[in-house]
Design a protein around this ligand. Structure first.
Ligand code: FAD
Ligand code: SF4
Length: 340
């Protein structure tokens, strides 16, 4: 491990001051960053511990919910308002990692966790544009079962690993940032980047910018929502495909819908095409299938991951059927990896 200095920030202003040091990185629970430092993939010169920042979870007068960036994943998943109003978020968090890791991991760190592409972690020989820009990408012609089918580029086909972010994308969450240029708020769906020619840039964050909170807008129908994660084993595994969804049906017609996918792209994938295809249409299995097919129409499989396209479509349909009370059999039952 490369030597580094360590300081604990008292508040956001203190974190920004300490984070301005050359080569500084913020440290949440350390469950991703410390692993990357051990592998010398990340080599920060200074660590600024931001776990002392606000982790408060509070409901606003407009029905929104504000969650401080230092809130632990477990605290958020167990919070009464989250479980009652946004159950898909609670389910998504619990579907990730292990209880011990969720007890350590913070909301800010979860959002900024890095890809699990095995070539990215293999500093001893694998070529990786995300780790070493310009080097090439061994995943494109290599073992790419876990990689992206949507939004990838010739430079990188990695996926974003967070379960929580898929739920946040579906919910229309905003991420509050503070930085050298001041404060701003960015939609979660705009925070992570597609790889294009610069896969080394995971997000639109400027150097030194700090996540201070996330904000969930009021969304009454999210009280009936689901997160379904399909994976190779029933726990302690990243998503092959996941679906976060909320559905508002009135008189058999879809009034509103929120849909996002995980495990398929470099960022949490809000399924805007499927949402548009569903709104105002009868809530039928045929329409769910058509919407899922439309969303995946642009998917481009790699050698080992074509199965993700059908899997994503079937998982979308299964979750919508469940939310719409249709509960039909569509070939997915039993393949949901034990997800509650
Ligand atoms: C064995 C294992 C299995 C896992 N399985 C899953 C899984 O199935 N699903 C899943 O979603 N996740 C999984 N994870 C990942 C886990 O969710 C993340 O490691 C965790 O959420 C990261 O949070 P952290 O607070 O520990 O972040 P850290 O490791 O402390 O930081 C991660 C990144 O965020 C930055 N950062 C942290 N806080 C801030 C802030 N406030 N502002 C700006 N930057 C910040 C850091 O600089 C760093 O770049 C797994 C992890 C492990 C080790
Ligand atoms: S897919 Fe992305 S992260 Fe994986 S090896 Fe290629 S460039 Fe690196």
């Amino acid at each position: 491990m490369t030597p580094f200095t360590f300081a604990r920030a008292a508040d956001a202003a203190d974190a920004l001051r300490l984070g301005a040091a050359p080569g500084a990185k913020y440290l949440g629970g350390g469950t991703n960053l410390v692993d990357l430092m051990r592998e010398t993939i990340e080599r920060p010169a200074a660590l600024v511990d931001v776990t002392g920042l606000s982790g408060i979870i509070e409901e606003g007068p407009d029905g929104s919910l504000l969650i401080g960036a230092a809130a632990k994943n477990t605290a958020v998943s167990e919070h009464a308002a989250v479980r009652r109003r946004y159950p898909l978020l609670s389910r998504a968090i619990v579907a990730g990692a292990s209880a011990q890791i969720r007890n350590m991991a913070t909301i800010g760190g979860n959002i900024l966790q890095r890809t699990r592409c095995s070539y990215f972690y293999d500093d001893d020989g694998a070529r990786c544009n995300k780790r070493s820009p310009g080097q090439g990408c061994d995943a494109i012609d290599g073992f790419n079962r876990n990689h992206a089918v949507l939004g990838a580029s010739d430079a990188c086909v990695a996926t974003h690993p967070s379960d929580m972010c898929v739920a946040l994308a579906a919910l229309g969450a905003h991420v509050h940032l503070d930085g050298p240029q001041g404060r701003r708020s960015v939609a979660l769906t705009d925070l992570h980047r597609l790889p294009e020619d610069h896969p080394e840039l995971d997000t639109v964050l400027a150097p030194g910018e700090l996540i201070t909170a996330i904000e969930l807008p009021a969304l009454a129908f999210a009280a009936q929502s689901r997160y379904r994660k399909v994976r190779d084993r029933s726990s302690y595994a990243f998503a092959l495909v996941s679906v976060a969804a909320a559905l508002d049906v009135s008189g058999g017609v879809v009034r509103d819908v929120r849909l996002a996918l995980g495990g398929v792209a470099h960022k949490p994938w809000r399924a805007w095409i499927a949402e548009d295809a569903l709104k105002g249409r009868p809530a039928t299995v045929e329409n769910f299938r058509a919407a899922a097919a439309a969303e995946l129409a642009a998917a481009a499989p790699l050698r080992d991951n074509a199965f993700k396209i059908a899997l994503a479509q079937r998982t979308i349909v299964a979750v919508l059927e469940d939310l719409g009370g249709l509960n039909g059999l569509n070939g997915l039952n039993g393949l949901n990896g034990g997800q509650p």
